[in-house]
Ligand binder design. Structure first.
Ligand code: ATP
Length: 404
């Protein structure tokens, strides 16, 4: 019995993870072979600079033992809330959401003494139970090396791509080669290599000093026929900004231009050019089963659907359509045929959910009986929490998700 219920829980979590990932255009794992090479600094600034360009970005810190993302963005000490079953991430800006274990700890300096399975569970929860909403980019900061955390990401986040950060000296490059082999073994494409701490421009004489050597990252990229995305110099302002919870964007130094260049290179290397601001703000077509002007919990047998088109975060068009007669699989396919991107329901059977997911329609279960306009408004505000409810309304009996 226990095994069965574990299997079911895992399946339900897989479904939630898949439905989130379906709404993320680009997933990027920022890795490094060695510690302290500036991986979190790069991950954070990739997220901030992409967000500055108008992309909707999620930044996920899976370095559960040494989380630093919250600190680098000045979010330390802020506790994260949960709404229903969903964790509300930090909103660094309206379009940059951040998730780190730091926000769930009573004491931010508490050490976490966790073995692999617990860490794997936490990372999966960060993908399943955080209210990310649709994203153009999910940037994932992993701890150095090729341990449980990057492996969990590789196994869970389908079509994830890697960015490898290194410093130029041989001891760091040896570890980069391990990261490259890791990516090859888990079939994760590498978007490119970034060389951090590449030379130091003396503020007094203006001469460049190659403290950790320079050019090693570029040479390694060439050797493995990987894209080289650019270099960041050793810049004391990066440390000051990071310690103050500010991004490289706040600097007036040459480093900011270098970071900008890296982001442009990264955008060029993406297999498909991202559309800005996917999802909530852009066109969405949301289906809601209705009866007498309110959500009908009887999804499979409801007589009408409100179909609401949302553009730039507002309701642009609303129609009421009659679906074909009920038969297994007919209504979910009909909803997808209408071009719907999302559906809001009280509850829905697993089979119908699977069809919708396969057809790229995001399902939000557990909505209360309310008008379609109110439900869409709550959905756009991120307040409609997906219960992950898989109750089956096809049989017409009473149950917890809305009684009919
Ligand atoms: N280009 C740079 N110039 C100067 N200092 C830098 C630069 N990049 C990062 N640093 C500093 O180096 C330190 C380590 O950076 P960071 O935490 O980003 O590294 P990391 O590789 O993520 O470390 P960890 O192994 O702990 O995950 C920080 O103090 C950061 O401010």
């Amino acid at each position: 019995m226990a095994c069965n219920s574990n299997d079911q829980e895992q399946k339900a979590q897989d479904q939630k993870i898949n439905s989130f990932l379906q709404n993320v255009d680009h997933k990027i794992l920022v890795m490094s072979g060695k510690g302290g090479v500036g991986k979190s600094t790069v991950a954070t600034n990739l997220a901030v600079f992409l967000n500055n360009q108008g992309y909707k970005v999620g930044l996920l810190d899976v370095d559960v033992h040494g989380p630093s993302i919250a600190g680098l963005l000045g979010l330390t000490g802020l506790r994260l809330n949960t709404l229903g079953s969903q964790i509300q991430p930090y909103h660094y800006t309206d379009n940059l959401k951040v998730m780190s274990i730091q926000g769930l700890l009573d004491q931010p300096d508490d050490p976490l003494i966790w073995r692999g399975p617990v860490k794997i569970g936490i990372i999966r929860q960060f993908l399943a139970d955080v209210n990310w909403g649709p994203l153009d980019f999910l940037i994932i900061d992993s701890p150095p090396g090729t341990g449980d955390e990057p492996l969990t990401v590789a196994q869970t986040v389908t079509d994830c791509q890697a960015v490898i950060v290194t410093t130029p000296q041989e001891i760091a490059l040896a570890d980069v080669r391990k990261s490259i082999q890791f990516c090859q073994k888990v079939n994760m494409p590498i978007l490119g290599i970034i060389e951090n701490m590449s030379g130091f421009v003396c503020p007094s004489c203006g001469d460049m000093h190659a403290i950790f050597k320079s050019g090693g990252g570029e040479k390694t990229a060439a050797k493995y026929q990987l894209p080289f995305l650019g270099q960041l110099p050793i810049d004391p302002n990066v440390v000051t900004a990071g310690d103050a919870g500010q991004s490289i964007d706040s600097l007036s130094s040459h480093t900011k231009e270098k970071m900008q260049h890296i982001v442009e290179q990264l955008l060029q290397k993406l297999p498909n050019k991202p559309n800005k601001q996917k999802g909530v703000e852009n066109n969405m077509k949301i289906a809601i089963p209705v009866v007498q002007g309110k959500l009908c919990t009887h999804f499979g047998h409801c007589e009408q659907f409100a179909i609401i088109t949302v553009a730039a975060g507002k309701i642009a068009k609303q129609e009421t359509l009659t679906p074909p007669p009920h038969a297994p699989g007919v209504i979910p396919n009909w909803v997808a045929d209408q071009g719907c991107t999302d559906i809001i329901v009280g509850g829905m059977g697993e089979a119908a959910q699977a069809i919708l997911m396969q057809r790229g329609v995001k399902v939000s279960c557990g909505a209360p009986s309310d008008t379609p306009e109110n439900l869409v408004a709550a959905y756009l505000r991120g307040e409609l929490v997906d219960s992950g409810n898989t109750c089956d309304h096809e049989h017409g009996h009473e149950h917890s998700c809305g009684g009919h």
